[in-house]
Design a protein around this ligand. Structure first.
Ligand code: B12
Length: 455
């Protein structure tokens, strides 16, 4: 069959990111013998809708799979929703190919599948891991047509051994030039119990590891074909299980890979030995999903580590020469003025290269925090819709934004997505044009950067 995969994401903040999920699903369909094309909206701006319409008209697909990555940017108090973009995508597809089967998938879709199906008027969708499920769905469509699929949400589970993301269908060179890194996945699954977090809902709780050989092959192939030497490891937690992280680093060293990479790391179970090994294997920076650094808020967020681990992990990064960022959630459950100040004091003391501050917590159905919000009378879990609703502790509601603005003035390397204008974007774009690679926050604290961005 003729299959068109549409990667609908157009967000460029903090960087344009390769639509890896769409590329995996496209690879699965190719592997099953279908004729596959991939339409990527990322760099097309306002032209994307007419171009998509033309693409659909000309390739006349039997099935159009649309990958929805983000629902919104989670950036209180100025959260931006991507829903209108998605409406335009589906409308263009429907107009140009009225009889094609329209299938939704991706992380945004997985979080609220029924709502997306209804809101966008698609035929059906795959929630979760897409590869095997999408092929199964194509088979069913071929055998029985649309009737048995209409309105269905299929729970995806399982990938195809040996499959590689279909990067040849994407403009990888442009992603590397404008995004500064390519992305790679070494494992799926999250067993942590953070009360607000969607990762177990998206990826499942059980850990599925890729063989490290093919992962490193993928990186070296990107280097050979596109000169790419900077990578972002998209694993929700790179160092769980630690043995896999060790194996990945050993493989990079064994193959003599001369690459730089960034990963999400948890302070939980981290050791100075692993950090030193990561540094030798090219890890240049780490993002910690720290969230808070006061015992009460860490507990309310269900974090699996304490303040001591945060301080140790930071000190070990400094020793290993790895730049590191702490990502914080201020104003979430059980937050008080005291706990907020405590978090800030601890994080200031870590000497982090950068700090990202999210304000309040976006609520998702299926999380412990959504149940708590219902219990507290904020909103019924069933009423959580596509427009973002944030949990903000009453004790700090009024002072949250002014406090964050004070922090932003005090620290030029603290970044609050909900409070930023276009200053950093302009600066980052300039750096990329001059060939800067890797995450741009790696430079955030440096004097010349502060000067240039007008802090
Ligand atoms: C790594 C990551 C990042 C990195 C990306 C780095 C990089 N170079 O790639 C960084 C830090 C830059 C980042 C930024 C942002 N992120 Co982010 N990120 C993630 C994370 C942890 C993994 C994404 C990933 O690559 N997964 C691996 C791929 C292979 O999986 P996948 O895309 O889900 O695809 C699978 C399935 O979804 C499905 N599928 C996908 N497409 C399709 C299509 C069809 C037809 C089918 C059938 C199936 C299917 O099959 C695929 C393979 O199994 C997810 C959370 C998570 N655990 O998924 C959040 C996540 C995607 N991010 C999210 C958000 C909000 C953002 C930001 C907007 C935050 C911000 N304000 O800055 C930005 C947007 C950036 C952008 N340009 O779009 C949200 C999106 C949901 C939401 N609330 O809207 C997520 C889900 C986290 C969350 N809060 O729940 N992110």
């Amino acid at each position: 069959m003729r299959v068109l995969i549409v990667a609908a994401n157009q967000e460029h903040k903090p960087d344009p990111v390769v639509p890896l999920g769409a590329a995996w699903v496209a690879a699965a369909a190719e592997h099953a013998g279908h004729h596959v094309r991939l339409f990527d909206a990322c760099f097309l701006g306002e032209q994307s809708t007419p171009l998509l319409r033309r693409e659909v008209e000309c390739c006349d697909p039997d099935v159009v799979g649309i990958s929805l990555r983000n629902i919104d940017d989670v950036a209180w108090p100025r959260a931006h929703s991507y829903l209108d973009d998605y409406r335009r995508v589906v409308a263009a597809v429907r107009e140009a190919a009225p009889s094609a089967l329209v299938v939704l998938g991706g992380s945004a879709f997985t979080l609220m599948p029924e709502l997306f199906l209804r809101e966008l008027g698609a035929d059906c969708g795959v929630a979760g891991e897409g590869e095997s499920a999408f092929i199964g769905l194509l088979g069913e469509f071929r055998r029985r047509g649309v009737a048995s699929l209409r309105g269905r949400v299929i729970q995806g589970k399982g990938t195809i051994p040996g499959l590689r993301p279909a990067l040849h269908l994407l403009d990888i060179a442009q992603y590397y030039r404008r995004g500064g890194a390519l992305n790679v996945q070494t494992r799926r699954g999250c067993a942590f119990q953070c009360t607000y977090c969607t990762y177990p809902l998206l990826e499942g709780r059980d850990s599925r590891l890729r063989d490290v050989g093919p992962v490193v092959d993928e990186m070296l192939r990107a280097e050979r074909d596109h000169g790419a030497r900077h990578f972002f490891i998209v694993d929700n937690t790179f160092n769980q299980p630690a043995a896999h992280a060790h194996a990945f680093c050993e493989e990079l060293l064994r193959r003599g890979a001369d690459v730089h990479w960034t990963a999400y790391v948890s302070p939980r179970g981290l050791t100075p030995e692993l950090l030193a090994l990561m540094a030798r294997a090219g890890c240049s920076s780490i993002e910690f999903g720290t969230d808070a650094a006061s015992p009460d808020t860490l507990k309310a967020l269900g974090k699996s580590f304490g303040v001591t681990e945060i301080l140790l992990a930071s000190a070990w990064c400094r020793d290993a020469g790895i730049r590191f960022a702490h990502s914080l959630i201020l104003g979430g459950p059980d937050e008080t003025r005291e706990s907020m100040h405590e978090t800030v004091r601890v994080i200031e003391s870590t000497g982090a290269t950068a700090v990202f501050g999210m304000l309040g917590v976006r609520l998702y159905p299926g999380t412990a925090l959504a149940r708590r919000a219902e219990h507290e009378g904020l909103i019924a879990e069933a009423d959580l819709g596509l427009e973002p609703v944030f949990y903000i502790s009453d004790a700090v509601r009024d002072e949250l934004e002014p406090f964050a603005r004070t922090l932003k003035r005090r620290h030029a390397n603290w970044y609050f997505p909900g409070l930023e204008g276009e200053r950093w974007v302009r600066y980052w774009r300039r750096r990329r044009q001059h060939g800067a690679r890797g995450p741009l926050w790696e430079w955030m604290g440096q004097p010349e950067v502060l000067h240039e961005t007008g802090n």
